[in-house]
Design a protein around this ligand. Structure first.
Ligand code: ZN
Length: 306
């Protein structure tokens, strides 16, 4: 069982802002404060932490644990950042910004921006190939309710007007990668497979013709029909990635209601990141998120002009 903790335990661990700061510092610096500007360890702590917690004796600049991270331009207490990460960790279907706002005691706009920056830290880091046989599939999110059941028709122009296509892959370890794509043509889907699947590996898809070029790229391409008999016969199936789609769609319909196309990649990645880390436990999840905050930056302007 993963080592998860409750909201009650969260506040026992982090009763105040100081405990949150100590936690961030311990993770980032492992006991030795580093200047966020030049990396020097020749630093001193400032009285009352004004203007900032530390001052570097080499480059003479002030810094804190936020310097050089996605937290740098945020004035929100670190405890609220920790609580927001914790909330996003434990919610399988995501958290609406209205609920996060209520629980953090901030405006909905602040909660939305905070959550987007946490999602941004979870982006990337998928440069290596996935493991073993992979299942590849696409789905569609958004669009009109009456079209929601039409997205599996096997024709060259799958999907419906107003929907955004998302392509995904699940490997033998159960890890998932997924991203929105502009088109579901052969060029896009085959490239996604080449970028993520093991070279010359086994790839299972349905019979959508855009996948037909996979064999020519050296993959062992198995196709399944969307019928139970086919799954049983050769054990190749796409059930794993399909169950991920149903989780994504439950989040979309039940929690986020409307994922703007500009931000959809971050929401889709949120679901796959949480899925892939479901077994690591709460503390490891928070630590992984803090590690990813370094050297990242996302301003409100970046997000809203996007
Ligand atoms: Zn320095």
């Amino acid at each position: 069982m993963p080592d998860t903790f409750s909201t009650f335990e969260f506040f026992q661990k982090f009763p105040n802002e100081k405990s949150a700061r100590k936690f961030f510092e311990a993770r980032r610096w492992a006991g030795e404060s580093h200047c966020g500007h030049c990396g020097s360890i020749n630093v001193s702590e400032c009285k009352d932490h004004k203007p900032m917690a530390y001052r570097c004796k080499d480059c003479r600049k002030h810094f804190s644990v936020r310097t050089g991270t996605v937290l740098a331009e945020s004035r929100l207490p670190l405890l609220k950042w920790l609580l927001a990460i914790y909330m996003l960790t434990s919610a399988r279907k995501g958290i609406p910004s209205t609920q996060m706002a209520r629980e953090l005691g901030v405006t909905q706009k602040t909660a939305w921006f905070l959550a987007q920056r946490i999602r941004e830290t979870w982006m990337g880091g998928n440069d290596d190939k996935m493991d073993g046989q992979v299942q590849v599939d696409e789905t569609y999110v958004g669009g009109k309710e009456k079209n929601k059941h039409a997205d599996k028709k096997l024709n060259a122009s799958r999907g419906a007007v107003g929907k955004v296509a998302v392509v995904g892959m699940r490997d033998e370890q159960g890890q998932v990668r997924a991203m929105p794509v502009k088109q579901t043509n052969a060029a896009t889907l085959v490239k996604f497979v080449k970028d993520n699947a093991p070279e010359s590996g086994e790839v299972v898809t349905d019979e959508f013709r855009a996948y037909n070029g996979l064999a020519a790229q050296g993959f062992t391409h198995k196709t399944v029909r969307h019928s139970a008999g086919e799954y049983v016969r050769d054990m190749a199936h796409t059930n794993g990635i399909e169950s991920f789609w149903s989780l994504l769609k439950r989040g979309y319909i039940g929690v986020y209601h409307y994922m703007s196309e500009d931000h959809l990649h971050r929401y889709v990645n949120e679901f796959s990141f949480r899925h892939n880390t479901a077994k690591v436990g709460t503390l490891n999840f928070i630590n992984m998120t803090i590690d990813r905050m370094v050297d990242k930056r996302l301003t409100y302007k970046d997000l809203t002009n996007g």
